[in-house]
Ligand binder design. Structure first.
Ligand SMILES: [Cu+2]
Length: 250
């Protein structure tokens, strides 16, 4: 533990421990105009078939600074299924957008560390969009992202209220984000070069808005239940629906 903490602190003091620069980074090519008079909507429901895995509890007992923030059992959050709906599924357009170029939002995606958990556990961002990591806990966390296609990042947020902003250079579904001090702390970040993605809430639902008419493959990713691809066609001003069913891990 002490060695780990020293490594984390050393990284927090270093200038270059990975991650991108602060502030949004717009695409190099001109943004493709989007005709909002013809765009449509994709409604996706992520359901579940099979026996629902029992809820696992996080064991924070060895870390008083974390356990003290919770009064009851803390669900692990990696397999949240209720009434046949899957929470924390990442839903996105996987293909079909061609060579369209999309503006990058300047508003940041915020991922907090609260109660020694990532909140939200699953998040999405565009390439070049600011991603703010916050620490709402009165304890040290580090944020260790390990993308395969972009530079890794690893830095500490040692105090309550500290924030650090990164950007990610290349699309990737998904990037693992972990804290090296608290082994159960797992987050996931999906990065795309377009804005058509979302994370399912307790109702298993995701709405993708302002989608150009066309034929697409919609991808669904879940950290325990795997991935599914489903074709979806969007007519001008149309609304298309897709029901995707996930299953217990084999
Ligand atoms: Cu931590």
């Amino acid at each position: 533990m002490q060695v780990r903490m020293l490594l984390v602190l050393a990284c927090s003091l270093a200038v270059a421990c990975g991650g991108g620069e602060s502030g949004s980074r717009q695409p190099a090519r001109p943004v493709t105009p989007l005709d909002l008079s013809t765009t449509g909507t994709i409604e996706v429901d992520v359901g579940f078939q099979g026996a629902v895995p029992p809820m696992q509890e996080l064991r924070m007992g060895g870390f008083a600074e974390c356990a003290a923030q919770h009064t009851g059992p803390v669900p692990a959050g990696d397999m949240l299924v209720k009434d046949g709906h899957v929470e924390n599924a990442f839903v996105y357009i996987k293909s079909g957008l061609g060579d369209r170029v999309f503006a990058v939002p300047t508003e940041p995606v915020v991922i907090d560390q609260k109660g020694c958990q990532y909140v939200p556990r699953v998040a999405g961002a565009q390439v070049g969009q600011p991603i703010e990591f916050h620490n709402s806990d009165a304890t040290l966390h580090n944020i260790h992202g390990t993308p395969k296609d972009s530079g890794a990042w690893n830095f500490a947020l040692p105090r309550q209220g500290t924030v650090r902003t990164i950007t990610v250079d290349h699309p990737e579904v998904m990037i693992s984000v972990r804290c090296d001090l608290h082994p159960w702390m797992q987050g996931w970040l999906g990065v795309l070069d377009h804005p058509y993605f979302g994370v399912s809430g307790p109702d298993g639902h995701v709405t993708l808005r302002n989608v150009p008419p066309g034929d697409y493959v919609v991808g669904v990713w879940h950290e325990r239940f795997g991935t599914r691809d489903t074709p979806v066609s969007v007519a001008p001003k149309g609304t298309s629906r897709a029901n995707v069913s996930l299953a217990p891990p084999s």
